[in-house]
Design a protein around this ligand. Structure first.
Ligand code: SF4
Ligand code: ZN
Length: 320
């Protein structure tokens, strides 16, 4: 995260610790943190994410983005608790849970934890095998359901995730490449509460992953650097590489691609976003909103919990 040797902070002219080509400037630690706070505040206010009366539930993984967003929200004076879901992805999950818990304990914050294996009788490697789908599919479904449920049960008014500019731009590129209009219509930094689903917000959409990592380093936040072992082959990683190559040629292009989509294109797709989810009712098993009789999560639990447990090394071997 170093600045150019001898470079000076744009704001105070003290030695810089980071160069941000897209802002065409270098920053010292203090003014880098200030820039991050400003970007997050701008996202919260511009997209009307929440205010200080809201009770926020942060989806915490133990990685840099979720810990950075939790830290930023607390620093900015918001009421935010954390939720960690133990996915049972071998050592990765054990260690990530420790990082999340340590962060909360050191700051006296409330972290709710849920164990998929302990409470629902399955884990992600097993769910993937049992459903014969990629791990991220069962994982995304499980996390969405559990975040929604915890938010509604706990009286939280918004669920926050740590998706950053790189994540959102990569998903946007993927959806654009295939002209996935329905997905594009919903790719917003705020999804309002409706039909029994809580509001979902992404306050880090104006910060890159390099910036969230730098935030953690400057703030002394210990986070799990390793990626989830199930992420290998995830096509979003390829889209990130593509966008990074373009960004290197033309600093600022990544932010322009995503933020201009939100400002200029998303409003044109608004009608599409409201059509879906019109005919939902309560799942006959768990009461969650669903378009079928039994929701996808309850069906996943039934299939995955009946399957004999699969370990992470077996899972990875099976994918080669
Ligand atoms: Fe879940 Fe996939 Fe993310 Fe791993 S990479 S935590 S399996 S969504
Ligand atoms: Zn259900």
């Amino acid at each position: 995260m170093s600045g150019n040797v001898g470079s000076k902070c744009r704001t105070c002219r003290e030695p810089a610790i980071i160069d941000l080509a897209r802002h065409n400037a270098n920053f010292c630690a203090e003014h880098f943190l200030e820039l991050c706070r400003r970007q997050v505040t701008k996202a919260i206010e511009k997209y009307e994410m929440f205010d200080r009366d809201d009770r926020i539930l942060v989806a915490v993984s133990g990685g840099k983005d979720s810990l950075a967003v939790w830290d930023l929200l607390i620093e900015l004076g918001y009421q935010a608790d954390g939720l960690y879901v133990g996915l049972g992805i071998g050592e990765y999950s054990d260690v990530s849970g420790e990082y999340a818990q340590r962060f909360a304990d050191e700051r006296g914050l409330r972290l709710i934890t849920i164990s998929l294996r302990g409470e629902y009788g399955y884990d992600i490697p097993t769910a993937s095998k049992a459903t014969r789908r990629v791990p991220c599919s069962a994982c995304g479904l499980s996390k969405r359901h559990l975040f929604d449920k915890a938010a509604l049960d706990g009286g939280y008014t918004a669920v926050v995730t740590g998706h950053n500019l790189d994540d959102e731009a990569a998903v946007l590129l993927g959806n654009t490449m295939r002209w996935e209009i329905d997905y594009l219509a919903r790719q917003l930094p705020v999804l309002p509460a409706r039909n029994g689903f809580p509001k979902k917000v992404k306050p880090l959409v104006r910060l890159t992953e390099r910036e969230t990592a730098a935030w953690c380093i400057v703030r002394g936040i210990d986070y799990l650097v390793d990626e989830c072992p199930m992420a290998a082959g995830n096509r979003h990683l390829g889209y990130k590489d593509t966008l990074n190559a373009m960004e290197a040629q033309s600093p600022g292009s990544k932010a322009a691609f995503y933020l201009n989509f939100i400002d200029r294109m998303a409003p044109l797709l608004a009608d599409h976003a409201t059509v879906e989810r019109e005919s939902v009712h309560a799942c006959s098993e768990c009461g969650a909103p669903t378009s079928g009789d039994v929701c996808a999560f309850c069906r996943l639990v039934a299939t995955a919990s009946a399957h004999e447990p699969v370990s992470v090394p077996m899972m990875l071997k099976g994918r080669r």
